[in-house]
Design a protein around this ligand. Structure first.
Ligand code: NAD
Ligand code: MG
Length: 396
């Protein structure tokens, strides 16, 4: 068994920390060669101390200086780099064969695309990258010749429930009829609609089943997360949009399902613990210990399923509309949502304004074809500017 050389983009985040936790128990299988973070220099220094990567990357020069000092004190040889280009260097110059793409948001697109282009095994957590650049990213994976393993729990579940050769034959030949993405419904599944206006960031980040970064926690509360995941599934699995369905499943035990022509429905179940899909991606096609507690179905007793209420979750409808419009629309949706969620978390934008803002930005920017990285990045910048202008106007 050859040791896998792993680069982790976003190692200080929720997915990054869980990835290192799985790797920690398998020193015979995995070696960490690059770690990256935005601002959490102290944690990154601790991770470098434990895993001794060849390269560590932070967002800016100040952070790089602080990290270099911390590493020097401990006589750690890791090379310290900073800035967006260094994230690509961490992928291309670290001798990694496996890249965990776990930066949150559009910031993760360019290094994830770089990993795809040069044929790495890409463990994709950063769904925003695929939402923005689905076509380009899937083409890059194909021409790079690497393996794409979905880490998002729903997509990992579907990957596990599809036939092994699903990328090689048309779905119709394999009898795949529909993909069912499950969704917990987040913390406001049953909150009276007239109380949604006063939701605080703390309430939105308190997810009932999963512990995650703040941005994805808010996305789960609005169900924009599931909308992004529908687009993610569309690109990953190549089924028409109308064959990708969303089901509310409050227990988060069935992580998603595939319905086949003969009446079979295959589901992947497990604890709501990201170490399961992470371990699956790291070791695929083998299965390794992930540190996850066994599932006790008798204790759970019941599993519930229902249709999502679209009036409660307008972001879900907006994502379906953007997916249908295609081209640059999903990139606009994503950028507007990132700006809106950041404003909700950090500067008091009311919760219900998240969906309104995304809708206004989608209406303001005409859809064009998303045929190059330049186009996608420029529409991302444009959508952020339009969103900021709308927010500024709200406070005039
Ligand atoms: P997080 O906020 O906990 O961590 C984000 C990581 O990205 C951190 O290491 C941070 O330093 C880094 N980062 C943030 N902005 C950056 C920038 N501008 N430049 C470079 N690095 C930057 O987020 P998370 O919950 O770990 O989620 C990461 C990704 O995985 C997201 O795309 C999310 O949608 C996806 N995901 C997360 C979960 C989960 O359980 N947390 C589940 C499914 C998918
Ligand atoms: Mg998910």
């Amino acid at each position: 068994m050859s040791v896998k050389q792993v680069a982790i983009l976003g190692s200080t985040g929720s997915i990054g920390i869980n990835t290192l936790d799985v790797i920690r128990s398998h020193p015979d299988r995995f070696n960490v060669v690059a770690l990256t973070a935005a601002k959490q220099v102290d944690l990154l220094a601790e991770q470098c101390d434990e895993f001794r990567p060849a390269i560590a990357v932070v967002a800016d020069a100040d952070g790089a200086l602080r990290l270099s000092k911390l590493l020097l004190e401990k006589k750690i040889q890791t090379q310290v780099l900073y800035g967006p280009d260094a994230l690509v260097t961490a992928v291309t110059n670290s001798d990694c064969d496996t890249v965990m793409a776990a930066i949150v948001g559009a910031a993760g697109l360019v290094p994830a695309l770089a990993a795809a282009n040069v044929g790495k095994r890409v463990l994709l957590a950063n769904k925003e990258a695929l939402v923005m650049s689905g076509n380009l990213f899937m083409q890059a994976m194909k021409s790079g010749g690497g393996e794409l393993l979905p880490i998002d729990s729903e997509h990992n579940a579907i990957f596990q429930c599809l036939p092994n050769d699903f990328t090689k034959a048309p779905h119709a030949h394999l009898g795949v009829e529909e993909l069912w993405l499950t969704a917990s419904g987040g913390p406001f599944r049953n909150t009276p609609l007239d109380q949604l206006a006063s939701i605080t960031p703390e309430q939105a980040c308190a997810h009932p089943n999963w512990v995650m970064g703040r941005k994805i926690s808010v996305d789960s509360a609005t169900m924009m997360n599931k909308g992004l995941e529908v687009i993610e599934a569309f690109w990953l699995f190549g089924l028409p949009l109308e064959k990708i369905k969303v089901l509310i499943h409050p227990q988060s035990v069935v992580h998603s399902m595939v319905r086949y022509r003969d009446g079979s429905v295959l589901a992947q179940m497990g604890q709501p613990d990201m170490r399961t899909p992470i371990a699956y991606g790291l070791a695929w096609p083998e299965r390794i210990e992930a540190g996850v507690a066994p599932l006790n179905l008798a204790q759970l007793a019941s599993l519930n399923f229902s249709e999502p209420e679209l009036a409660r979750f307008p972001c879900l409808s907006l994502a379906f509309a953007a997916a249908k419009a295609g081209g640059t629309a999903p990139a606009v949706l994503n950028a507007a949502n990132e700006v809106a969620v950041a404003a909700f978390l950090d500067s008091g934008l009311p919760y219900l304004q998240i969906a309104s803002l995304v809708e206004r930005v989608l209406n303001a920017i005409p859809v064009s074809s998303a045929d190059s990285l330049e186009t996608i990045l420029s529409v991302d910048t444009q959508a952020r500017k339009v969103a900021q202008d709308f927010i500024a106007a709200l406070y005039k």
